[in-house]
Design a protein around this ligand. Sequence first.
Ligand code: HAM
Length: 431
Amino acid sequence: MLDLLARTPRGTEDVLPKKSRIWRYIEEQLADIFGLFGYQEIRTPMFEETELFQRGIGETTDIVEKEMYTFVDRGGRSLTLRPEGTAPVVRAYLQHKLYGEPQPIKVYYIGPMFRYERPQAGRSRQFHQFGAEALGTQDPATDAEMIAIPAELLRRLGLDNLQVEINSIGCPQCRSEYRTYLIDVLEPKADDLCADCRRRLTRNPLRVLDCKDEACNRAKVGLRPILDFLCSECKEHFDAVQEYLQLLDIPHVINHNLVRGFDYYTKTVFEIVYSGLGAQSAIAGGGRYDGLIEEAGGPSVPAVGFAAGMERLILTLEDRGWEPPDTGGTAVYVAGTSATRKAVVDLAFRLRRAGIAAEMDYLDRSLRAQMKAANRLNAVWTVIIGEDELEQGLAVVRHMESGRQEEVVLADMEGWLKEQLPTAGCQGAEE
Ligand code: HAM
């Protein structure tokens, strides 16, 4: 029993403090970048009505067919832990009539998503996405923006040489011509396709394109790309997206097999990939979904978005040996004896209230052991409150790096330390 309780459920993980520092750093960068690009945060519930995802993502997609965490609640409603963030954002857009506000609505989100997938490196059952959606515009500049935002984050993290792959899957009209073409060409070769693709061939033939199976790859040799079938509007849009990417200096390649596993996409689709991740190489993915809002019962409003996987991004950073900048820790360690305990606790709290990161002993340790702890925590200063000094209202202040010591009036300690530390709460790495 115990060992079961001492393990996270399959496909989930704890983010321990060391890794949490990386998360926090990325989240801070994201808040900054999204702000610069004019996106505001939206937070939607962790679960939604099951039908939202069935209709939004599409009945024949892998996610809806086999990956959703669906349950019936005590009131008999079918609910699903969100497998992605786009359908919930569209739901919120309709529910709160955001289409009545000045357009476009530009929102971003960061949070956990849930998919019942076979766990492997870079693929888990609870994972975290950050993403953005721009609703109410068909400007191809927003398609480029959805690539530029993750690209800017990657640039800041030193990962600017990842591959950007793009494609266009057209609108329902040109896509249906391509579907017919695919079925005509692939049907005679159906026996060569994998079981999944044989099934997909009639229901969702575009998905055959992104199957990685060797036999399917052979059957696909010589297929015409969907770009050959685009109508003039879709073609112009795709050309414009590419021009904007060039303008923004974002290198990209066209991947004719990129179709993405959601039914809601129209026109532009893209992924940012890192080959060092093995099979789960996509760090980010997204595209335009001009028909989804109408299909969900709203007005005809075009939209585009992207989402990236936090865990995959962090795996990539780890693969590259990246470390977050050291934000330090404790600025001041307050040490004392059992006789001066109250003064220690009082000073530590006063310092924290004054915005100075302070630590103290909680294990009744000797003064020597407390000094060691101060060293381990990289404290810049240690305040030692001894009995004799306390009687005179003083404490000894020791600069840890130089060993320099002096006596300071206890009542003035916050002010004195603030003068010494370059920025208050400056977490201690440097003086
Ligand atoms: P997606 O490609 O399914 O797109 O997910 C985006 C990213 O989430 C992936 O590139 C990957 O990094 C990460 N991810 C997906 N599944 C897992 C998993 N099982 N474990 C770890 N990471 C995973 C979407 O979700 C769309 N909603 C993106 C979008 C937004 N399109 C338009 N707007």
